[in-house]
Each structure stands twice: as C-alpha cells, then as structure tokens.
Design a protein around this ligand. Structure first.
Ligand code: KG4
Ligand code: ZN
Length: 337
C-alpha cells in the first residue's frame, strides 16, 4: 500500500510518500521537508503565529513536489503534540484530501513516529519483539516500552526541560546561534569535555527520569563567571559545549542502561532530533547496553513525514473514511501514560 504522510507540528512543513508491504518493509518514494529555520532564526526560536502562516503558504507546494501526481491508499497526518495552529494546517489539509478523494485518514502521534523512525531502514527484525524506545527531541525526553507499536507504556521522562531544549539554551547562553543542538555538538568536537565539572542531576535517583534544568543553570553560572573574569574565549566556549554534552548524554545513557537491565527488552530504538547527535550515538552503543540499538538515518532523525507515514501504517486498522469528521488536533497529545 502507499501512504501519504503529512507533518506540520512545529517549524517543518513535510510531506512524504511511502510504499509498504504487509510485513512493514517500506520504500520512501519521496520525502520533502521545507524548513522554516531561516524565518525563525532572527527570533532565536519558533514563533507560533509566524510558523502557522509559513505552513499555510508552503503546504500545497510541498504536497505537489512530494506527490508528483502519484496515487495513495491512506493519509497519515500528525495530530499532536505540537503547536496548535501549526498542527491545524497539516490536519486540515489531510482532512480535505480525505474528504475529496474518499481516502482513509489516520491521525498520528508525532512522538510515536519518532520512536518508529529507525524502522524505515529495513534491516531490523522487529516483529513480535519487546522493545524500549527513547525519544530525544526539542520538546521531549521520554523512555517507553511497547510490544505492538501502537500502545506505549511510559518508563521514564524528563521532569523539566527536554534534552534538545537544554542544547538550544546552552547555545543561547554562549551566543552560538539557533538551533543549538548541531552547533553545540560541532563545538564540542574540539573542546575538552573534562575541563568543567557540571552536575549530573538525578544520576542516582533509582528511577528512569531525568532533569536538565539544573544543568542548564550550572552552565549559566559558569558562563557568567568566565565572562566576569574575561575568560570566555572561543576555546572556553568549546570546552563548555563538550563538558555539557558529556554530562547530559552520560545521564541519558546511564538511565537507559538501567532500564534495559531491569526490563530486558530485545532491542532499543532511538529517535527525535537529538538522535542525530554523534556523541549520543557513540554512548548508546550495543556494547554498552548489551542489546541491539537502532537509530534513524540522519535525514529521518529530525521532523519529517516519512516517519509519519510509517506510523500511519501501524495504525491503519484504526483509520476510517469518516475520520475527516472526527479527527482532532491535540497539542498536548501524550506518547504514553
Ligand atoms: O525532533 P525535532 O526535530 O523536533 C521536535 O520534535 O522537537 O528536534 C529538534 C531538536 C532541537 O532542540 C535541536 O537543537 C536538536 O533537536 N538537535 C540536536 C542535533 N540536531 C538537532 N541536538 C544535539 N545534537 C544534534 N546533532
Ligand atoms: Zn519532532
């Protein structure tokens, strides 16, 4: 079957066409992502009203480019979580297509799609396997387990900031630009990760939860101190990036290792914007975790519509022709309870 995926939850307008067989082996026929990065850069973050307008202006062109007149059997669209008005653009576009063309429509949880994104590479034997998924994105840091890829059970999550948010804030404190993740990560490559000792919040809390706001505050004070002493030069910034990255990723890896040891899943999937991070990929290795670990291809780590189409395939039984009447946008949609 062919699935049209539509994603507009934040600042990327994305449409993809996925061909997938009965066993879940897929081919991405097209995946178009139009980023609003340049628009939001000036503001140092995503401005919701501006984002929604940009989605409205580009959604049909992106659809046209991805579809190129091809047919499809199911429409999958992100209906949460995300920015209310941004989500509305994708959902209303999907509903219109579903209504006019009489094609079933499936609402997709953006976080579920990040979880499943590694499965777009077809070399994973996932059928009937118990697995744990880690979502590391700009708005979420969550650890869940699942057996059926539709229902997820929450194992752990951040109590405050998401990991991507922490990266973005560190970049802001150091005046490095937006979005911070890739910039901090690049700077960290030539920095000394042992130069500054930062707190590892909740490292010994005995659960699978995280907290990143204390770490962010520690970086803020460190930056202030160095500034006051006239020592915040390029190398100091790189050392801060490296020390922050090492600290944040170490706490993530430790908790994931504990969860895997306690719960004994057969594999780990990692998804979300921060799953593109090199240091995170090295730290969450199969050697360290003693379980096969899968990451998405880099082009499917950040927001994209191929992962939405794939998640739509898993919930295809729930899709129906009347969904255009009933499907609702939920900005606070949760991955699991
Ligand atoms: O999944 P995503 O594209 O959007 C959300 O659903 O939030 O994630 C965006 C986040 C941003 O915070 C960005 O700074 C971060 O992912 N990010 C990274 C890297 N690439 C993107 N963080 C660390 N290292 C990276 N290489
Ligand atoms: Zn995302």
């Amino acid at each position: 079957m062919r699935i049209l995926g539509i994603e507009s939850s934040c600042d990327e307008t994305a449409v993809a066409l996925l061909e997938i067989d009965d066993f879940g082996k897929s081919t991405v026929l097209s995946s178009v992502i139009r980023s609003q990065l340049d628009i939001h850069k000036v503001f140092g973050g995503v401005v919701p009203e501006v984002a929604a307008r940009a989605h409205v202006e580009s959604v049909i062109a992106v659809l046209e480019e991805a579809l190129n007149g091809e047919r499809y059997d199911l429409i999958a669209v992100t209906n949460g979580p995300g920015l209310m008005t941004s989500l509305q653009v994708g959902v209303q576009t999907a509903k219109t297509l579903s209504y006019v063309k009489n094609i079933p429509l499936a609402g997709v949880n953006h976080l579920t799609a990040h979880c499943l994104s590694p499965l777009l590479s077809n070399d994973i034997e996932w059928q009937n396997k118990a697995m744990v998924c880690l979502v590391v994105s700009g708005g979420h840091t969550e650890l869940v387990q699942t057996k059926d890829f539709i229902n997820f059970e929450l194992i752990g999550s951040t109590r405050d900031d998401a990991i991507g948010e922490a990266y973005d804030k560190v970049a802001k404190l150091l005046d490095l630009g937006y979005p911070g993740g890739p910039i901090v990560s690049n700077n960290a490559q030539t920095g000394d990760a042992n130069k500054y000792v930062l707190p590892m919040p909740m490292i010994n809390s005995g659960d699978y939860d995280w907290s990143f706001s204390g770490l962010k505050t520690a970086v803020r004070y460190l930056v202030m101190d160095l500034k006051n002493q006239g020592k915040l030069d390029e190398q100091a910034k790189k050392d801060i990036c490296a020390s922050f990255e090492k600290t944040a990723v170490t706490v993530i890896a430790k908790k994931v290792k504990k969860a895997i040891g306690d719960l004994g899943p057969e594999l780990l999937l990692v998804g979300g914007g921060v799953s593109a991070n090199k240091y995170l990929r090295q730290s969450l290795s199969q050697d360290y975790l003693s379980v096969p670990v899968y990451f998405p291809e880099l082009k499917y780590a950040g927001d994209n519509a191929a992962m939405i189409a794939l998640a739509g395939w898993f919930s295809r039984q729930r899709a129906d022709l009347n969904n255009w009447q009933t499907l609702k946008v939920d900005p606070n949609l949760r991955l699991a309870e």
